[in-house]
Ligand binder design. Structure first.
Ligand SMILES: [Zn+2]
Ligand SMILES: [Zn+2]
Length: 254
């Protein structure tokens, strides 16, 4: 499909920019590496991917205002991933977690965990189409790669390194993080892993991933209750992303 080709092009460009950033950091100083990682962690990872793309557009796990929904939509595009494709693939993962139809289960074939980047997976069947975006956003979303390119150009007007090392590199950090943490490690039993719920998949909560990934380490809880934006279910668990949703994004019902 055409949009998968564009998706691959963005991911290749992003990885090339990340390699260039590493080289630049070794040759000059480390400040752009730090700026790039902080931008990824806060804007692309936490807001764009975790809150917008995952908890809002994929699971619709909380309600928000029309304006904030648009902000979430534009934030989701900082990942360089079409939010519709992400949501459909992710809903498919929840439906068939660690079963033969799962797109990226290490329990099927280890190379499947690379599928967010490689687009190669052992499941070659269809992914069910369901509604992801509101009608107005669907119209705009035809141009999502151009909107992402717009971010790159705007950043370039400030400094070329903002474009190449920050905005274009953000998706590369995100891909690597998603593959390692969200796809691979939270579906394996590791030191610090535990389960609160006897789900039919191999999802685990992990104390260390929970700290490193700011809320997405409670994956067993999430597989049990995918429709809840707060992934903490026990009194000793805390979900920082849910705190941000509570404080700043969610519509508060009185
Ligand atoms: Zn999962
Ligand atoms: Zn999910």
């Amino acid at each position: 499909m055409q949009y998968l080709k564009v998706q691959s092009l963005i991911s290749i460009a992003a990885l090339a920019c990340l390699i260039a950033l590493m080289w630049y950091a070794v040759q000059t100083d480390w400040i752009w590496l730090v700026i790039s990682y902080v931008y990824y962690k806060l804007v692309v990872g936490l807001l764009g991917n975790q809150i917008a793309q995952h908890r809002y557009f994929s699971h619709r796990s909380f309600a928000t205002t029309g304006t904030k929904e648009w902000i979430l939509y534009f934030l989701s595009l900082t990942t360089g991933v079409n939010p519709v494709f992400y949501a459909l693939a992710h809903r498919h993962h929840h439906r068939y977690s660690d079963q033969p139809r799962d797109l990226h289960s290490v329990h099927n074939k280890w190379t499947d965990v690379l599928s967010p980047l490689s687009r190669q997976t052992s499941y070659t069947g269809e992914i069910e189409i369901s509604r992801v975006l509101a009608a107005e956003q669907r119209k705009i979303n035809h141009y999502w790669p151009w909107i992402f390119l717009g971010y790159v150009i705007l950043a370039g007007l400030i400094d070329w390194r903002c474009a190449v090392f920050v905005v274009l590199t953000g998706p590369a950090w995100n891909y690597l993080h998603m593959i390692l943490f969200r796809v691979l490690l939270v579906h394996l039993k590791l030191p610090g892993s535990y389960r609160n719920f006897n789900t039919t998949d191999h999802s685990w909560n992990n104390r260390w991933i929970q700290v490193l990934d700011w809320g997405e380490g409670l994956h067993n809880n999430h597989h049990r209750w995918p429709q809840r934006y707060n992934q903490a279910t026990e009194p000793n668990e805390f979900d920082p992303a849910a705190w941000i949703i509570d404080q700043f994004i969610k519509t508060k019902h009185v």
